[in-house]
Every structure is written in structure tokens, then in C-alpha cells.
Design a protein around this ligand. Structure first.
Ligand code: NAD
Length: 554
């Protein structure tokens, strides 16, 4: 018998429309794709990734969104409030087809307690970043960012690659599952601790992780052997990170690189407390959520203390965007922020050039369409060897999940140029159907998140949240196909505001104009945000690219 998600989530492919236009069709196919069982972590619960990051509030809302998209005219806009369709208005053909607001709570109330109350009453859902904004593409979405991070870390600390080093991390979920592959792509050895065996199996099945073990001794032995031989290897170690890290310390094991990607941003649904089996955790979560959160936070404190100790013993340690330092600090680990977040440590220079996780998806479902766009990157951006290496490696190592897609970090100027080429290829029939272009909310100018993307800004503007709002507004005005404004993604309630942008290249002249506008304003806001904060590289980018910034000096 089919499950509910198998019944409702349809794999629309090919050139036949199920809606009244390609823009609506793109939204429909991407919503379905987010919940495809190959893509979503828990499709039955509408959960795509990142703890409880959902694509629609409930199945009733899902049905209503699907129906609305199928009926939506080419000059109408559907409004979605926390995963529920709430209105359809007549707008105009160059306006967005869908506007989405997810998980936004008035600041003084913006915490998990309020969210859970509203969620229970059926008034809200958690949209994470690309879950509720329908542009999640499976673990590939994060592989390149993770690869960029590890490659930069390798450059700063070990020379050119991670060869001959061991990286220790935890959490092999939707995003975290990219870590083992990114580490091996950078030539290193990875031990990824994961408490849920089904998650480890999934990473092995999709070739993101090489081997699995439930023995700490075996994991350490395999890792040390591979390190000595200079071989790349990833090991999924079954267990709880807050128990295993202290055990490693007792055995005198110190990794070369240390981080974590458990869903620590959500103490109730994302992190499994120390010493608990999965089913025990599930039962306690249901019977006594307060006790669960207490144990979960205490375990995170233990986890971070062990990370700090490993750092003192020499491990290059960084926070990987799950807010675990904040929880530990709130639990009394005063020096939790002694290790830096990954953005200030490794990523910010890219943000200054408007670069970030740009992605595109072949609505046809034909992998050949992505292969052709890969060739374009290799041809048009051949001077960027780092980018070209990534594309070649991705072609070889990335197995598509759901609709074929590709990600690469493109910056200001590059995105608009690439968008036009794709649109031309759709127009000429070289690609078999339109392409949908989007990005993560974790981008250059679309997020305010003081423990992550905007940590340690040069001018102290870490908590200023006007930027993602301006970003959403200008992209909507420019005619993106759907726009979203979310709260709480990545780091949890109260800690972030961010916006998403998705735009369809359907080969028309109208689309060409929209792409030119939106793929310029979107990264342009990133450059402007970093100019405003005083980054010289952003000022240089703005000057070179002719971005008009009224109060820029020089
Ligand atoms: P997910 O919920 O799909 O996966 C989290 C995994 O952690 C699960 O498989 C879970 O079983 C495991 N886990 C929980 N507690 C554990 C414990 N104590 N020990 C070992 N394993 C444990 O989430 P995800 O999509 O992989 O995201 C992970 C985190 O990274 C989230 O907090 C997310 O917000 C954050 N994130 C970071 C970035 C980035 O670029 N750095 C991007 C997106 C998300």
C-alpha cells in the first residue's frame, strides 16, 4: 500500500504542463521535489531537512497549494503563510507567482516556546531555509558550500588539501550528510558520528559516506590507517556525539579538524540527548518535552566542552552553523564562543563579491540538461579553475536526488551572465524544458544571523535584519518567480531572518528581462551589505562592477 506522501507527491517530468504556465509549473514541480522520497528526510511528516524544516504546514495545506498552483493564472500571485495558501490576487505577468512568509514571529516573542505553541495550534510551521521555500535539492545543495569551507580551511591550516588529516564531525542528516563527501573531495579522512542508523545507511547508499561502524575503536583505527597512507576515506560512526567525544578524549584521540552539524538549533526535535536510544528519545519528546529540552541542552553543553578540550589539544575547531555554541553558553559554558563560526573564518570574502550557493534545476527531469549546463560553466568560466574543478568533481561524484540539479558559487555579474545563457539555451531548444534558478538563504545579502552568516561583522551590525527584507523586496519588484521571507532558519527561533529567491528561465524575452534584473539585484544586495559594513573587498567589487552605492567612500 502506498504511504500518504507516495500518493500525493507526484514526479512531474517532461514538457507537458500541469498548470497554466511554466512559472506555476516550476513552483509545483519544486514543491513536489522538496517532498520526493529521494530528496526529503521525512516526507511522511512533510519534513524536508534541518530538524523539522517543512515544505507545507500539513497535507490539507499541501493539497490546497497544489490545487492553487494548478489554477493560478499567468497574471496572478499566490500568497503562502507558513506553509498554508491564504490568498490569490490578480497582479501582473512580471510579478512573482508566489509570495511566501514562513515562521515569522514578532521579535519579543520569537522563541521556540512560542513557536511550538503556535505550531501545535496549527497556526505555523518551521520553514528552515530552502524547505519552506521549495528550492532544496538534496545534500548536493550543501556539498559545494561544505567543500568550499573545507578547502579554505585546508589552505589556511594544512597547505593545499586535507590529505593526511582526520576531520571529526557529527550529524549525517540532510545537510550534515554532505560533510563526509566534502572532506574526502578535499583529500581527507572523515569520522561522522550519527545517532540514527537509517541516516548513516542513506549516506552510504548515495555514496556520500564510504563505510559504517558502531565501534569507536574500529573508527579510530580505520581513520588513522587512512591518514597514515594519505588516503581519502569517510566513516559513519553510529553513536551519540555527546557521549563519543568525551570517550575519544579519554582515549587520547584528537582529530586534526573538528566541527558539528547535528540539528542543535532545535533542542526538542533536532538533537538527541546523551545516553538515549532513538525510540526512548521519541517517547520522552512526546511525554515530557520540557525534560527532553533540559537533557538535550545539557548534552549539548557536554558536547561543546569536549569540543573546546579537543581544540585546546590542537584540533582546528569551528562551529558549522547550528547554533550549538549559543545553547552551550546559555547552559553555562562561558567560553563556548572560543571557536569561531565558519562564515567569519572561511566564507565571508566570497560574500563580499556577491558569491554564494547559486543553484539550478532541470524541470524536464533529464540529467542531460544539467550536463549541458555544466559544459557551459566549464566553457564560460574556464579562467576560474577552482569552480571548474568543482563542476568536474560534482559530475563524477554527485548522485542526483529527485530532479537533476547543480550548485556552484557564482558571484555578482556571473549569475546574470549565466542566467541569460540558460534562458537562450531553453529558447533555442538546446535544453529540453525550462530551468529553475535559485539559491540557499545562506547567501551574500539575504540573511541576518548573528551566530552564523553575520557573525563578527566588521562594523558590529551582526543583528541588523533590514538587509534580508530589502533583498526580498527588491527581488520581488524585479520579478522573481517566487520569493520567501523566513525567520529562524539554520540557527533556530530568535536567531535569524532570511529571504529566498527562485526564478524560472523559460526561454521567453520576458524571462530574459526578469533574469537580468533579479540575478543582478540579488547578489548586488550582498555586495552592498558588505560595503556598508566596511569590507574593502566588497568596495573593490562594487567599484569594478559599477554597483551604485550612494554613500560609499572613494
Ligand atoms: P537534520 O535534522 O536532517 O540532521 C541532523 C542529524 O543529526 C540527524 O541525522 C540526527 O539523527 C543527528 N543527531 C542529532 N543529535 C545527535 C547526537 N547527539 N549525536 C549524533 N547525531 C545526532 O539536519 P541537517 O539538515 O543535516 O542540518 C544540520 C544542522 O546544520 C542544522 O542545525 C542546520 O540548521 C544546520 N545547517 C547548517 C548549514 C551550513 O551551511 N553550515 C546549512 C544548513 C543547515
Amino acid at each position: 500500500m502506498k504511504t500518504l506522501s507516495q500518493e500525493k507527491v507526484v514526479r512531474y517530468r517532461g514538457t507537458e504542463l500541469n498548470t497554466k504556465g511554466w512559472q506555476q509549473e516550476a513552483a509545483l514541480r519544486m514543491l513536489m521535489n522538496n517532498l520526493d522520497h529521494e530528496v526529503a528526510e521525512r516526507p511522511e511528516d512533510l519534513v524536508v531537512y534541518g530538524g523539522i524544516g517543512k515544505a507545507a504546514r500539513n497535507w490539507e495545506s499541501f493539497d490546497a497549494i497544489v490545487k492553487s498552483l494548478k489554477e493560478l493564472e499567468n497574471d496572478e500571485t499566490l500568497m503562502v503563510q507558513s506553509g498554508k495558501p491564504v490568498a490569490i490576487f490578480k497582479t501582473h505577468e512580471n510579478a512573482p507567482r508566489v509570495l511566501i512568509a514562513n515562521s515569522n514571529i514578532v521579535p519579543a516573542y520569537a522563541n521556540w516556546e512560542t513557536f511550538h505553541e503556535l505550531d501545535k495550534k496549527g497556526l505555523m510551521m518551521y520553514g528552515q531555509m530552502t524547505a519552506g521555500s521549495w528550492i532544496y535539492i538534496g545534500s548536493q545543495g550543501i556539498v559545494q558550500g561544505t567543500y568550499e569551507t573545507f578547502a579554505e580551511l585546508a589552505k589556511q591550516h594544512f597547505g593545499e588539501s586535507l590529505k593526511g588529516t582526520i576531520t571529526l564531525t557529527a550529524g549525517l542528516g540532510g545537510m550534515g550528510g554532505a560533510q563526509p563527501l566534502a572532506v574526502t573531495m578535499a583529500g581527507g579522512v572523515c569520522i561522522g558520528i550519527e545517532v540514527d542508523e537509517t541516516r548513516v545507511d542513506r549516506r552510504i547508499a548515495t555514496r556520500y559516506t564510504d563505510v559504517k561502524t558502531d565501534s569507536l575503536d574500529e573508527a579510530i583505527r580505520l581513520a588513522e590507517e587512512a591518514k597514515a597512507e594519505g588516503k581519502a576515506l569517510s566513516i559513519g560512526l553510529l553513536g551519540n556525539a555527546s557521549d563519543i567525544l568525551p570517550e575519544m578524549l579519554e582515549r587520547g584521540f584528537t582529530p586534526d579538524v573538528l566541527t558539528d552539524q547535528t540539528s542543535a538549533h532545535d533542542p526538542l526535535n533536532g538533537y538527541i540527548p546523551s545516553g538515549m536510544a532513538l525510540n526512548e528519545a521519541a517517547a520522552l519528546r512526546e511525554s515530557d518535552p520540557k525534560e527532553y529540552v533540559k537533557r538535550s541542552k545539557a548534552s549539548m553543553a557536554k558536547h561543546v566542552r569536549a569540543m573546546l578540550e579537543m581544540m585546546d589539544r590542537g584540533a582546528v575547531t569551528f562551529d558549522y552553523g547550528n547554533n550549538i555554541r549559543q545553547v552551550a553558553k546559555d547552559e553555562g559554558v562561558e567560553n563556548a564562543f572560543d571557536f569561531p563560526g565558519f562564515v567569519p573564518a572561511y566564507i565571508r570574502p566570497q560574500f563580499c563579491e556577491g558569491k554564494g550557493p547559486f543553484r539550478w534545476v532541470a524541470l524536464s527531469g533529464d540529467p542531460e540538461d544539467i550536463r549541458k549546463t555544466d559544459e557551459v560553466i566549464l566553457r564560460e568560466f574556464s579562467a576560474n579553475t577552482h569552480l571548474c574543478n568543482w563542476i568536474k568533481m560534482a559530475q563524477e561524484k554527485i548522485q542526483f536526488q529527485g530532479l537533476p540539479s547543480r550548485i556552484c558559487w557564482l558571484g555578482y555579474g556571473e549569475r546574470a551572465r549565466f542566467g541569460k545563457i540558460i534562458n537562450d539555451m531553453v529558447a533555442s531548444g538546446e535544453l529540453s524544458a525550462p530551468i529553475v534558478i535559485g539559491r540557499d538563504h545562506l547567501d551574500s545579502g539575504s540573511v541576518a544571523s548573528p551566530n552564523r552568516e553575520t557573525e563578527s561583522m566588521k562594523d558590529g551590525s551582526d543583528v541588523v535584519a533590514d538587509w534580508p527584507i530589502l533583498n526580498a523586496l527588491v527581488n520581488a519588484v524585479g520579478g522573481a518567480t517566487w520569493i520567501s521571507l523566513h525567520h529562524g532558519g539554520g540557527v533556530g527561533m530568535g536567531y535569524s531572518i532570511h529571504s529566498g529567491m527562485v526564478i524560472v528561465a523559460d526561454g521567453t524575452k520576458d524571462a530574459e528581462a526578469r533574469l537580468e534584473r533579479v540575478l543582478t539585484t540579488d547578489p548586488g544586495m550582498g555586495v552592498a551589505r558588505h560595503v556598508d559594513a566596511g569590507y574593502e573587498l566588497a568596495e573593490k567589487t562594487a567599484r569594478e562592477k559599477g554597483i551604485r552605492i550612494p554613500m560609499m567612500k572613494g
